[in-house]
Structures are given as structure tokens and as C-alpha cells.
Design a protein around this ligand. Structure first.
Ligand code: BG6
Length: 295
């Protein structure tokens, strides 16, 4: 646990034996850096990102909870991404994973949050690196309301992937799915054609997506494989040039080097009764460039 010299924020650093590393900020419970064994950065962070609360950090993996986007009455993407999380010193046992290289964080109710979301909860986040360098985020959310009230939540791992050129990126696994389009008024559309490619602004939620999708960066000869459990949907966002100009903590040309993709539940919020706990996860691997889901 160290204080980051540049941002002044506290972070935890995970280093796996083969040289991969991950940095997680307590602020937002946010993974900010993920490096492979060749010291290559795999996540995007804007050069204009603000590290001053209450602004969420533009990049890495944002935890959007208990709301996604404007699907609810809370602030955009909920409050978890701009709160201070704590280290969970004695987490209850997590289901076995191949990794013992992990960080456990927790976000609980606070008087400040209670004013905007009148529920008591425990959100446990485990960030783990597998022996082969996969990045695994497991969330466990528990309703600890003493008054017998259930609550509903949405969640997204809003992951800013670093790509070399957005026009050379393709996603496989989303074709033929229904989606909600934030840029269109109609409610539900169906993806046509083959893999998803990028030529303009995109702001979509793919519904009931398969447990695995791949993000192929032709230029960088790199493929990310994203696997998910417990989270049916996949969010996809790139502001492109015009929208980028309106985002103060994002440099206009940066849209070419990033793509937000994340496991989520957006269409159907999850309901938890007091005492109930929900679990979901997202795992990302970097696989050889020749990879294609069709092979
Ligand atoms: C996406 C939303 O997930 O996040 C977009 O669908 C939004 O509508 C984008 O613009 C970025 O959100 P924010 O709050 O981080 O600027």
C-alpha cells in the first residue's frame, strides 16, 4: 500500500511472478494500471484525467454501482467510482481461483452515501492476477439492511481498453444480439452483420451477451478475451471526436486509442433481500494475435 507520487492517492500494487502488475486505487476501488510481462500498458488512462475527488478517474476499470449510466435517479454511473474504498483485511472465503495474488477491497454504507441511497450494503471487490497474467475482478454485494428492505442495483465494470487505432479494432461475440442504443430514441435494436467495428460514436448496451467476447486490435497484434459470470450484458462506448470535445477530462484525439467494454447488468436490475449476497465477475486475458473466436 503506497501513496502515488503523481496523484497523491493511495494505491495497492500487485506483482505476479512473471512480471505482470496491477495498480488499484482505493479511490473508486479502481484498477488504473495493468501491465503485461513485456511492461506494456493494457488499460487506457486519459492524459487529462482528474485525480481529485469527487471526479471519477477517466480510465482503467471504473466500478459503476448501484446504477449504470442514467438508468436510475442517482448520479451518472452511481457513487462507487468516486468513493474511498477500504482494504478488506479479513474477507470471507472467496470461491477457489487459480490465483493467490490478489487485493481485497470493500465499500460499505456511510452517512454521506445514506443520504442518496438509503440502504446498508457491503460491496467486496477482489482484484486478482492469475498465474498467466489474467486480470480477474470478482464482486460480492450483500444487502445488510436491518429494516427488512430489499434493494435493486445495476453494475458495470467500465473497462477502458488501450488500443492502438480504434478503426483497426473488431469485437467478436456481439453480432446478432439485441442492444439498447443511448444515441437513438428507439428502445431495442438488433446488431446486424459480422463482428462489430468502429467508424463513429458508439454508446450501446448489448443484452444477454455470451460469456466470452473478444476484442481484436489488429494494429497492435493483440487480442483481449473478456469472460464474464453473473453479468448478462456488455456495455460498449467510444465518444469519437465530436463528443470527446465536450468531455473536460478527455483529450480530443484520445478516442482513437481507447474503447470501453465491460460486463454489466443494465436491462434487468438485480434485487437483493436482506442477508442475501450476489456474486459476479469479469476476467480479461491477452491472447496471441492470430486468435479468432471462429478458430
Ligand atoms: C458510457 C455511457 O458507459 O459512459 C455514456 O453509456 C457515457 O453515455 C460514458 O457518456 C462516459 O460516462 P462518464 O460519466 O464517465 O463521462
Amino acid at each position: 500500500r503506497v501513496k502515488d507520487g503523481a496523484t497523491g492517492l493511495e494505491k495497492l500494487v500487485l506483482r505476479a511472478a512473471h512480471g505482470c502488475s496491477v495498480e488499484v486505487y482505493l479511490y473508486g476501488g479502481q484498477v488504473i494500471f495493468w501491465e503485461n510481462e513485456y511492461r506494456e500498458q493494457l488499460l487506457f488512462v486519459s492524459r487529462k484525467a482528474s485525480f481529485k475527488p469527487p471526479k471519477a478517474i477517466r480510465g482503467g476499470i471504473q466500478i459503476c454501482f448501484p446504477q449504470f449510466g442514467n438508468h436510475g435517479v442517482l448520479e451518472q454511473h452511481g457513487f462507487a467510482r468516486n468513493r474511498l474504498w477500504s482494504v478488506d483485511e479479513s474477507p470471507p472465503p472467496f470461491p477457489a481461483t487459480a490465483s493467490n495474488c490478489h487485493i481485497d477491497l470493500i465499500l460499505k454504507q456511510s452517512p454521506e452515501v445514506l443520504k442518496i441511497w438509503p440502504h446498508s450494503f457491503e460491496f467486496r471487490l477482489r482484484v486478482a492476477l492469475s498465474p498467466t497474467g489474467d486480470l480477474m475482478l470478482t464482486s460480492r454485494i450483500k444487502n445488510t439492511n436491518a429494516d427488512g428492505k430489499p434493494f435493486k442495483f445495476r453494475l458495470s465494470y467500465h473497462t477502458y481498453f488501450l488500443v492502438s487505432d480504434i478503426s483497426e479494432v473488431r469485437i467478436e461475440g456481439l453480432e446478432t444480439l439485441d442492444y439498447l442504443d443511448n444515441l437513438q430514441s428507439e428502445d431495442r435494436r438488433t446488431e446486424q452483420g459480422d463482428a462489430v467495428v468502429f467508424e463513429s460514436e458508439v454508446d450501446k448496451v448489448y443484452l444477454s451477451a455470451p460469456p466470452k467476447i473478444v476484442i481484436i486490435d489488429h494494429d497492435k497484434k493483440r487480442t483481449f478475451e473478456l469472460r464474464k459470470e453473473g453479468l448478462p450484458d456488455v456495455v460498449l462506448w467510444n465518444p469519437w471526436d465530436m463528443k470527446a470535445k465536450t468531455i473536460p477530462d478527455f483529450a480530443e484525439e484520445e478516442y482513437k486509442r481507447m474503447l470501453c467494454v465491460g460486463a454489466a447488468n443494465v436491462e434487468k436490475p438485480i434485487t437483493l433481500r436482506p442477508g442475501e449476497e450476489w456474486q459476479g465477475r469479469q476476467e480479461i486475458s491477452v491472447v496471441p494475435s492470430s486468435y479468432s473466436s471462429g478458430q
